[in-house]
Design a protein around this ligand. Structure first.
Ligand code: GLV
Ligand code: GLV
Length: 333
């Protein structure tokens, strides 16, 4: 191979390896056992001759690494993530390094994980699982682990890009939830999708309303069309939605987007889901809110100081926590 390419981690599957070797690259996969590589570790990997690096979201790709890559003759850096808050794109530009990320391929897997967390939190799955395993189940009771019914409730999406829109579609189609979303941009395709659903439901009602008994049947089975709206402010979403999922990019404008003031306006029994980036939520404030509101539930895939959780979070029964696994599905390997 003509080009020396370094991957800071071993990655699932073999297609990416073949793609590189078929294109005149000599691939070196780092075998370092520690989970998170430091800047110094990566400098050593780059060495004095390196054409490109495939890196991970846990690494700090700034001036130090990009200038080292440039000195080593490199021209490309690829982040195995859609989020690139760990990458200083301006520093890459200054050093003439092209940057890649992975939008598109992980849209559905991330949306599915957000949907999983929504259900797990709403129906108290993890809490109930722990109760079972602890041997505490001594017979069915009417009020055992009563959770939230999603059907007919409102799903709130903050950041309706690829992932947020896919999540909204799943919750609307799967659970007949109404939608309220907030985004700087209009989510035209999502709006068309929901409008299409409304029209289908209307046509079904018109077609089947004769004889009227069918109409009653459909109503009884909840076949009313879902409603949707684009909120003027994020606060409108937080106030109105029963399940809220966060899908913004992390930057200066979205750091601690969910702060004490915004937690306070949410419904006391709301479900909050985050499969975007940890610092979007003020996690210390969230722990306080979970303590004060036992019926408020969260599903978290990401944390402010990964791999750590803020003190107290691990003790909260009303929190479902998983270790940043939204993109971790086999489909794309
Ligand atoms: C994972 O967090 C990603 O951004 O792809
Ligand atoms: C519950 O198990 C029911 O049969 O309603």
């Amino acid at each position: 191979g003509k080009y020396r390419v370094v991957s800071t981690k071993s990655m699932p599957g073999t297609r990416w390896i073949r793609l590189l070797t078929d294109n005149d690259c000599r691939l070196e996969i780092c075998t370092e056992a520690k989970t998170i590589l430091s800047v110094d570790d990566i400098l050593a990997l780059i060495g004095d001759r390196c054409d490109g690096v495939i890196g991970q979201l846990t690494e700090d790709w700034g001036e130090v690494l990009f200038s080292a890559l440039k000195r080593a003759g490199g021209t490309a850096f690829s982040n195995m993530a859609v989020g690139y808050n760990n990458v200083d794109v301006e520093a890459a530009n200054r050093n003439g390094i092209a940057v890649g990320n992975t939008p598109g391929v992980l849209t559905e897997t991330t949306a599915e994980l957000a949907a999983s967390l929504s259900l797990a939190a709403a129906r108290r799955i993890v809490e109930a699982d722990q109760f079972m395993r602890a041997g505490l189940y001594d017979g069915w009771l009417p009020h055992l682990f009563v959770g939230n019914l999603l059907k007919g409730q409102t799903v709130g999406v903050i950041g309706a890009g690829r992932i947020g829109s896919a999540y909204a579609r799943m919750m609307i189609e799967g659970f007949k939830m109404n939608l309220i979303y907030y985004d700087l941009y209009q989510a035209t395709r999502l709006e068309k999708f929901v409008t299409g659903k409304q029209q289908c439901a209307h046509l079904l009602l018109i077609a089947l309303c004769i004889p009227p008994a069918y109409g009653q049947f459909l109503k009884a089975n909840g076949e009313q069309p879902v409603t949707w709206k684009r909120a003027a402010t994020m606060e409108d979403v937080l106030r109105e939605a029963d399940v809220i999922s966060l899908h913004p990019v992390l930057d200066k404008t979205t750091y601690h987007l969910i702060n004490p003031e915004r937690l306070a306006i949410m419904k006391k029994e709301a479900v909050l889901v985050n499969a975007s980036r940890g610092p979007v939520i003020d996690e210390v404030a969230l722990v306080e809110h979970l303590k004060a509101n036992p019926m408020f539930r969260v599903g978290l895939d990401v944390f402010e100081d990964e791999p750590y959780m803020k003190p107290g979070l691990a003790d909260m029964k009303n929190a479902v926590v998983v270790p940043h696994i939204a993109s971790a599905s086999k489909v794309y390997i």
